[in-house]
Design a protein around this ligand. Sequence first.
Ligand SMILES: [Zn+2]
Length: 272
Amino acid sequence: MKVYISVDIEGVAGVTAWPETNKGQDDYAQAARLMTAEALAAVQGVTDAGAREVYVKDAHDTARNMDPAAFPREVQLVRGWTRDPLQMIGGIDDSFDAVLFVGYHAAAGNVGNPLAHTMTSERARGARLNGRPLSEFYLHALAAEAIYGVPSVFVSGDAALCEEASGQVAGIVTVPVKHALGAATVSIAPELARERIRAGVADGLQRVLDDRASCHPAIPESFELCITRCEHASARQLSYYPGAELLDDGYTVRFVTGDAFEMVRAMLFIGS
Ligand SMILES: [Zn+2]
């Protein structure tokens, strides 16, 4: 079995505030260590399930957060950005049996995480797909499915994202590790988070064998993407993306397509 694990930081247990997620700022080193530890727990779950080939994607900010030397020899680490529409699952293809998401977080516009955002918190403050906040999880689960037919079997992160993911992929195993209380987070102990991630990953991979169909997200017939930019001049410029239009608020760029790949491609330009 060949498995892809995408790892973000804002949904990791014990991570709460922006300075913790930014290289060079307060407490970043601690958050990066917690991120690496959750990724390693997921890798252990993959090994428990008998998979031998594992790709791990560092998928936060610089994409150079986790310590490469921490990973065991069966892991191939995707570090840095591939600069293509796959973004947080860069390098995945149809040779993979499953994709898993660790440290993921609520979408921009969702109150379930003080660090909620979608792809960028600096340039866009809202991302909606068919009228609902679009999470990085759902974007990449759709991309993996629509482009390569790869099922999504596991997600860990904040409770709001986990609840949403269960509605989008019926068979997915979720491990909530924290919830928001205003600008605070209430996290389970990192050690317990790692135990649950390891066990949940193994369960998720078992579902690929037992009930693979339940791990494929349904692909909508059409995609209406609305990205609200932080700056109106940026929205104006991006409204010239082929097929896009600027809405009356002056900040929101709308793009409608029936093709999942075109939606994913538009996110690389309008939504990032
Ligand atoms: Zn993120």
